[in-house]
Design a protein around this ligand. Structure first.
Ligand SMILES: [Zn+2]
Length: 280
């Protein structure tokens, strides 16, 4: 499933396409009505001649900002984009397509998802996005965090660090892959209870989050199963230290990586370097 780095990679590629000189989204055609939640098919298809101002991500959402509307797209498990010329489009099977965006340079941007879980929402302004239930319970991303305030809010929480980070409530941006990587880097056991984690250890968690997410974005994200951005796989999966490496030697200390289930998710860690504080 695409996480923050993968969504950022897609956003950057979309931005390069949609912010080209004189680029306009001429029209939109919707193929999958169940992908819409805050807009109707007619409202969407009535939009014409949209000038894109910016493309960015908020957590795992892609935001396309136009002069008077904000599109919020969510890839879910396997949503992806393709850019096709008109002649290619005529031979293209649209059965997995959620929506197509006709661009004024005669290219078509297709938003596809063969599982049809991907979504499109439309908002009038930034404030409406921030206030919406999709976003209301999202904490800041690690680079926007006020560390002192964050630490005071969370220091007595009794859940495991893995479920705490996955919840996105106080810190957003880390999904299953990157939580494992960050906890390995900070040498924290995934079942450690938040209130038993020291302030210094939390500082390491935040620093590692920034470093690892940025490194993954630079590398085109991680392709664990199917992630591709405009047909291209990421490269960061080859650099993962623990996630997906059950039984393989730890890249630092050679101990076989262990897999357990925490918060209902497959969780990988190094049993030599990530020790519960109580056992230290
Ligand atoms: Zn190790």
């Amino acid at each position: 499933m695409p996480e923050l780095p993968e969504v950022t990679v897609v956003a950057n590629q979309l931005k390069a396409i949609l912010l080209q000189k004189n680029q306009i989204i001429d029209s939109i055609k919707l193929y999958c009505e169940k992908s819409l939640r805050t807009v109707t098919k007619k409202e969407l298809e009535d939009l014409k001649k949209l000038k894109v101002i910016d493309v960015f991500q908020i957590a795992k959402n892609l935001i396309i900002e136009t002069e008077d509307k904000y599109f919020v797209l969510h890839l879910r498990m396997e949503g992806n984009f393709k850019l096709l010329k008109k002649d290619k489009l005529e031979r293209y099977d649209l059965k997995h397509t959620i929506a197509s965006f006709k661009l004024n340079d005669n290219n078509w941007l297709l938003f596809d998802d063969h599982r049809k879980f991907a979504t499109i929402d439309l908002f009038e302004n930034n404030k409406q996005i921030k206030d919406h239930t999709f976003f209301k319970n999202l904490g800041p991303e690690p680079w926007d965090l006020d560390f002192e305030k964050f630490y005071q809010q969370i220091k007595n929480i009794k859940s495991t660090i893995k479920s705490f980070l996955l919840s996105q409530k106080y810190l957003s941006g880390l999904g299953n892959i990157y939580v494992d990587e960050v906890l390995f880097s900070a040498k924290i056991h995934p079942q450690e209870i938040v209130k038993n984690i020291t302030k210094e250890q939390f500082k390491k968690i935040i620093d590692a989050s920034i470093l690892i997410l940025k490194a993954s974005i630079k590398d085109g994200g991680s392709t664990i199963k199917t992630f591709k951005s405009f047909g291209e796989k990421g490269n960061f999966q080859n650099k993962l230290m623990v996630h997906g490496r059950k039984g393989l030697a730890c890249k630092i200390c050679r101990t076989p990586i262990k897999k357990i289930v925490v918060a209902g998710r497959g969780t990988y860690f190094c049993p030599t370097e990530q020790i519960l504080n109580i056992n230290k």
